[in-house]
Design a binder for this molecule. Structure first.
Ligand code: SAM
Length: 303
């Protein structure tokens, strides 16, 4: 695993961002602390501090909150968020395969403001969603109410989530577990809440990827918002080792973000010229080999 811990002390202009990450000289590799030690964010940061820092980071600006320019928390706002999310990350639809979870017990870990939550509930899943960010949870709950959907959505940390006896057919976690301090505890809890024969689907960042190469050379940053406290990347072998208790581990790779960031922030979609001129089959080949997302599916054994 490659563990990257960014400086926690971002400037206020960093926090406000709207600077362009791509080719922005501000994002040099000296912005990043790189270590191979899984749980060593900074020399003076205790685990509880790092958990609070992670929570604060996602609560200050919930993931995808700027996916719409409509009034926050309205029906139109959530509709636009969904549209943009599945346009830019279209591979989610085939990976999650929402319709296949009808009538099944689904737990989503790190549900954010509830885009997948809505899709699962609309597909008829018996849905539970958790997230450490209260603001994200508030938005996800409001979203469920607006669309007249039923689910159990609440604040919880998967590192310490104590199941109340409920077990799930699916645990789904997209882009979450590479941001946490104690992955081992999280995986143990996920295993515990799965029914025998249940499935675990997760997305983790790929070490061998176009994006990681750009981040390492200072041409890009991990997230839309700068200063993410923890962002780890993984190789396929590392994923297989981490998921040692699971069976039928399948890993696919996908997703290279091709859009010009300035245009994207204005809700307009214009590919970077080098992607614009690339044949579709070449882009797909690159995504399968060097995509940013490891799409992982595995099972808890039936016995
Ligand atoms: C990159 S966002 C992804 C959100 C959502 N899964 C999506 O695809 O849009 C990461 C999310 O994980 C949540 N998160 C981080 N650490 C967590 C933890 N230990 N337990 C539960 N959620 C966590 C964050 O609050 C944030 O909403």
């Amino acid at each position: 695993m490659t563990a990257i811990f960014l400086n926690f002390h971002t400037t206020s202009s960093d926090a406000r961002t709207p600077t362009r990450p791509f080719w922005n000289p501000k994002y040099t590799s000296s912005n990043f602390r790189t270590t191979t030690n899984l749980c060593a964010p900074t020399s003076h940061t205790e685990p509880s501090d790092i958990n609070s820092t992670v929570q604060k980071f996602w609560d200050d600006r919930p993931c995808n909150i700027r996916h719409s320019s409509k009034e926050l928390g309205t029906k139109e706002y959530f509709e636009e968020v969904t549209k943009r999310k599945y346009f830019v990350e279209n591979h989610i639809l085939s990976f999650a395969n929402f319709p296949s979870w009808k009538d099944k017990d689904v737990l989503e870990v790190g549900c954010g403001l509830g885009t997948a939550a809505q899709s699962f509930m609309e597909a008829g899943a018996k849905y539970t969603g958790i997230d450490v960010s209260p603001k994200s949870i508030e938005l996800a709950q409001r979203r469920a109410k607006i669309f007249n959907l039923t689910g159990d959505i609440f604040v919880a940390d998967i590192q310490s989530f104590i199941p109340d006896g409920k077990h799930f057919d699916l645990v789904y976690s997209f882009g979450v577990l590479h941001h946490i301090q104690n992955l081992e505890a999280a995986l143990k809890n996920i295993y515990a809440v799965l029914k025998p024969g249940g499935q675990f689907k997760l997305m983790m960042y790929a070490t061998k990827s176009w994006k990681k190469a750009c981040v390492d050379s200072g041409l890009d940053q991990f997230e839309a918002q700068s200063g993410v406290p923890i962002a780890n990347t993984y190789t396929n072998d590392e994923i297989r080792a981490l998921l040692g208790d699971f069976t039928n581990i399948q890993i696919e790779q996908d997703h290279i973000f091709q859009w010009n960031v300035d245009e994207y922030r204005r809700y307009s979609y214009k590919k970077e010229p080098w992607f614009e001129s690339m044949p579709g089959n070449l882009i797909r080949t690159l995504e399968k080999e060097f995509g940013w997302h490891l799409l992982i599916t595995c099972d808890k054994p039936s016995q």
